[in-house]
Each structure stands twice: as C-alpha cells, then as structure tokens.
Design a binder for this molecule. Structure first.
Ligand code: NAP
Length: 335
C-alpha cells in the first residue's frame, strides 16, 4: 500500500525510554556500513573521537586497506548476507548505516539487522542509526519553482512516489524501538563541504558537459543544507542521548539552485544556463535530476536542536563554493 502521509503519530514519542537507553556515554564498539563514503568517513571520525572502537563492512578488496588507514577494522562481506559477520554486529554497541545503497535494498537490510540485533547479548540494547534523506520530504519542482513548505522532524508529509520505499524503511527502523533496539533515523538535507557530495559537484559537472553551470527552470527550488562535518556530529549526539524511535534533521541554511549555479559559474569562469526537466535528465541522469536538482526539500532541525543540543558551525554554502573547499577542489581538477 502506498504511503501517503506520515509523521510522528505513527511512532509514540511520548512513551518512556526502555530501560538501559537513557543518556549513554561515548565508547564501546561500533559497526559501520558505508564507512568509506563521503559522509561515512566523517561519521567514523566522530565515532573515534567519542571513543568507539570502529569496525566496518568492507565490500571491495581495496576498501580493507582504506579502512585500515582510517583506523577502522575491516570486516569482509556484503549487505546481501549478514551471516559471515553476524557475530560482529551482535557484539556492537552501535550499528550505523550510512552507505549509499539502492533504496530497494534498504528495507531488507533493516529486516536482517532486526533479526540479528534482536538477539543481541549485550547488557544494554544495541543502538541502530539509519541514514535516510530529506528527499522523502521533497516537493517536485519540474520548472524550478519555489515551494513554501518546510518540515521539522515530526511534521506530517507526503513523500514523492519514488521515495515511498525509503519512507517505509524509515518506519521499519523507528518501529524497532518497540523491539528492544534503540533505533533512530537521521535524515540529512543537501550535504556540502570538503569539496564533495552530490548536488554541488553535479553542477560543476554540468560545466564540463555543457559549458555552463546549470539549474532547472527558474532555479528557485531549494534544498535546505548542512556541512558534512556538522552532520557527522549529529550522529555522535544521537548515540549519546538520542531517543529510541526518533528522527533527527540537521540544517544550517538554504541556497536555491540558481544561487548554487551562479557561485559555480563564478568559480569556473562561465555563465549559468536554465535547463528544461528533459534536458536536466540528460545532463545529470533522471534520478539525480529529479530527486536532487528539481525538488524543493526544505527542513528544520527542531528536535535535533532541542533534544540533542545540536547546532551547526559551518553556515555558508555559497562561500564554500566561491572561496572554500569547492574552489580548491576545482583548482585541483577534482570536480
Ligand atoms: N550526499 C548527500 O547530499 C546526501 C543527502 C541526503 C542523504 N544522503 C544519504 O546519506 C547516505 C550517504 O551518502 P553519501 O553521499 O556519503 O554517499 P556515498 O559517498 O556515495 O556512499 C558511498 C558508501 O556507500 C557504500 N555502498 C555503496 N553501495 C553499497 C551497497 N550496495 N551495499 C553496501 N554499501 C554500499 C560504499 O561502499 P564501497 O566503498 O564498498 O563502495 C561507500 O562506503 C546515503 O544514504 C544518502 O542517501 C546523502
């Protein structure tokens, strides 16, 4: 059945925390799926700062060396069969899912984790942090038009049809809180910083492929945004004092897609260009064009700020493009 409207009411946020899940200190063992990714690397650094001994899934032969260089113990395997590393998962105090996997693989993975973590033998319940994205809050903008709707963590929303699957996974994760797993969902907006991520590099890529810094339609659609290091700190705070079943946002500001393209045009010495939805699909591929660059996805981190005391330090995406990490990455030929 399609999900049409979802929000906090589906999970009882008022119930008392299960015993053993009150504020926890740092330390213990963490197992990360997606440690080699853009966000995963920063999350690993935060976990290590918090005193966690970190192990991570190593899917590729060469990722074992990458992980070891990060001070992470690689564990060979895949998300398709947790069997070979079930014992690792069970012995972890925290399991953090932060990789970019196909949406249709996310819910089966959570079901498998439920089976494994549900029989964890530790003294306190295991924590599961699952990474979703505010694409689920998206309001399609095929002509690049702005939309006034903005969502806090527990607001109701209607997901775009292509992300209903991910919302179902979010629900499944949150419901694990009723099964003795301290589960939480982290829902990042557009992530930026360190010259990486998805949307900003995609606009740089459009300069290479079209000669212009591109945006869709009027370019007034907007994603809320956060710096990757600030976002990673939210994982640490959620581990320390997050509530079972909660969703957490992380937002530092907003910059519409025309504003991003104008900054990229300045850095690359070119001009901007508006694309139709069809042209955008050709330049970026249909999925990135639709979900990432012609959608409004405006969010507010109300619960993260109030409950976890999270606040961003890096506030200016435009400056990071014009004079910061993206200018440097472009100069180094990395974008
Ligand atoms: N970047 C953004 O702006 C943004 C915004 C909102 C939400 N998010 C969410 O944040 C998460 C991480 O995003 P990211 O930008 O850091 O992605 P990323 O850099 O592309 O992530 C790559 C990581 O995902 C792992 N991975 C890829 N395919 C996998 C699979 N089939 N099974 C298991 N692991 C797999 C990779 O492992 P290998 O090294 O083994 O390939 C690597 O560790 C995703 O859930 C994404 O939807 C990102």
């Amino acid at each position: 059945m399609p999900v049409t409207s979802v929000g906090a009411r589906s999970v009882d946020r008022e119930r008392p925390r299960p015993v053993g899940t009150a504020v926890t200190g740092g330390g213990g063992r963490a197992f990360v799926l997606g440690a080699t990714g853009y966000l995963g690397r920063q999350v690993v650094a935060v976990l290590q700062d918090e005193g966690f001994d970190v192990a991570a899934l190593s899917r590729r032969p060469d990722s074992a060396a990458e992980l070891a260089a990060m001070g992470v113990r690689p564990v060979a395997g895949s998300i398709d069969d947790l069997g070979p590393y079930e014992a690792e998962l069970r012995s972890a105090d925290a399991v953090v899912v932060v990789g970019r996997m196909p949406y249709e693989r996310e819910e089966p993975l959570v079901a498998d984790l439920e089976r494994v973590l549900g029989v964890a033998s530790g003294a306190s319940p295991p924590t599961l942090l699952f990474t979703s994205g505010t694409g689920v809050l998206g309001v399609p903008a095929p002509e690049g038009q702005w939309d006034q709707r903005s969502f806090a963590e527990d607001d109701d929303f209607t997901p775009p049809p292509w992300l209903q699957l991910r919302v179902r996974t979010e629900h499944r994760v949150r419901r694990l809180a009723d099964r003795g797993i301290r589960s939480m969902v982290i829902r990042p907006p557009l992530i930026w910083g360190l010259g990486g991520s998805l949307q900003v590099p995609a606009v740089f890529r459009s300069v290479r492929t079209t000669g212009h810094a591109c945006y869709v339609g009027s370019g007034l659609a907007v994603y809320s945004n956060v710096h990757v290091v600030d976002l990673a700190r939210l994982y640490g705070l959620a581990l320390r004092r997050g509530s079972p079943g909660a969703v957490y946002h992380a937002v530092a500001g907003e910059l519409d897609f025309r504003g991003i393209a104008e900054a990229v045009a300045t850095v690359t010495g070119t001009t901007t260009r508006s694309l139709t939805a069809d042209e955008a699909s050709q330049v970026w591929g249909p999925a990135v064009a639709r979900t990432g660059l012609s959608t409004n996805s405006r969010s507010r981190a109300v619960v993260s700020r109030a409950e976890l005391g999270w606040a961003p330090v890096h506030l200016d995406l435009r400056a990071d493009i014009l004079t910061g990490s993206y200018r440097r990455a472009h100069a180094a030929g990395e974008l």
